[in-house]
Write a protein of this length. Structure first.
Lengths: 144, 182
């Protein structure tokens, strides 16, 4: 049984609903590892819109590679499970003392894609003993 | 938030997901036979260890929420702890084992250090063994996490084993010997 099914059953979590509201009348290409959620979307691999979810372990270069594939879309939702970015294997330097991970990630995406961030959010506060890994807690909606 | 709700339907699957050790075979668990003294299994489904290491004296500590959320039976735990208080056991020549629990999840390295120090103060082990995933370390993603984990050791302990993979870490530490040479 998937963690999504264990935690949510058939219901939607907050992030699910944000994505469904953003693309309720629009077909999208889903790039992620949650087939149960993908089935809730109208899918079209040729769509100009993408829902991309970075929700598997990887280094910063993996994340940047992941982000680069969004350059071809007019709009995209990008969800980031920041816990799964395992470290910085690049020469990019970050001000980790005064900037949050989320702020650094948003800035990196903007630099990579030169995109226009329309909406963003983060829920990095303590979620209790059982963290939500169904959907990432750092997200943005942007246009290229 | 809905996603943390445990129900009758998902209880068993929830427990297995949050405490992955209960689905592990003996050879996948921490080898208690190689560790000294009594074993305190802290927040680690110690009842499962007890079933598989029948020759070991195991003391099982579980969080109050775990006992109620997963409806643990009385024989599945020996002591209950809460976020506010851990019972004082004064183990002395024994081993504290933490294997993929929730107590150290989503804490910063500094918070983990404080928590492990508090645990060692309450339980007084001579050896501490920790196994956990690194993906739940609540520190900056852009710093080197191996350094964060190297810093969690309590002041009066030293590392005897430190096995770091990028997404999980296994640590053994022993208490320092005290000499009064004056």
């Amino acid at each position: 049984m998937s963690w999504r099914t264990i935690q949510l059953g058939d219901s939607n979590c907050d992030q699910d609903q944000i994505i469904l509201d953003l693309y309720k009348d629009t077909a999208v290409n889903y790039i992620g590892n949650d087939p149960d959620f993908a089935r809730k979307l109208t899918l079209d691999t040729d769509s100009e819109h993408a829902v991309a979810v970075f929700n598997q372990p990887g280094l910063l270069s993996d994340f940047i590679d992941f982000v680069q594939q969004l350059a071809e879309y007019k709009t995209f939702y990008l969800g980031i499970n920041r816990y799964f970015i395992l470290g910085n294997d690049t020469t990019i330097t970050y001000d980790t003392a005064s900037n949050t991970d989320s702020k650094n990630l948003f800035f990196t995406v903007q630099q990579v894609l030169n995109c226009n961030i329309v909406q963003l959010g983060t829920y990095d506060n303590d979620q209790g003993r059982y963290f939500n890994f169904v959907q990432p807690l750092t997200w943005m909606y942007a246009t290229n | 938030m809905q996603q943390t709700k445990i129900t009758a339907e998902n209880r068993d699957d929830f427990y297995r997901t949050v405490y992955p050790t209960i689905s592990m075979a003996k050879h996948e668990l921490i080898d208690l036979d190689k560790l000294p003294g009594k074993k305190v299994l802290f927040d680690s489904a110690g009842w499962h260890y007890e079933q598989l290491f029948t020759n070991q004296k195991i003391i099982k500590l579980e969080h109050l929420d775990s006992c109620s959320s997963y409806k643990l039976e009385r024989q599945q735990f020996d002591y209950i702890y809460t976020d506010a208080k851990i019972p004082a056991l004064m183990l002395n020549e024994g081993t504290l084992v933490y294997d993929n629990g929730t107590y150290l999840k989503y804490k910063t390295a500094q918070q983990i250090k404080q928590s492990v120090a508090y645990l060692s103060e309450r339980i007084q082990p001579s050896v501490i063994v920790l196994r956990m995933v690194t993906t739940t370390l609540n520190d900056s993603r852009f710093e080197n996490r191996i350094q964060s984990f190297l810093n969690i050791i309590p002041d009066n302990f030293y590392f005897t084993k430190f096995v770091y993979n990028i997404d999980n870490v296994y640590m053994e530490m022993k208490i320092k010997k005290t000499y009064d040479l004056n």
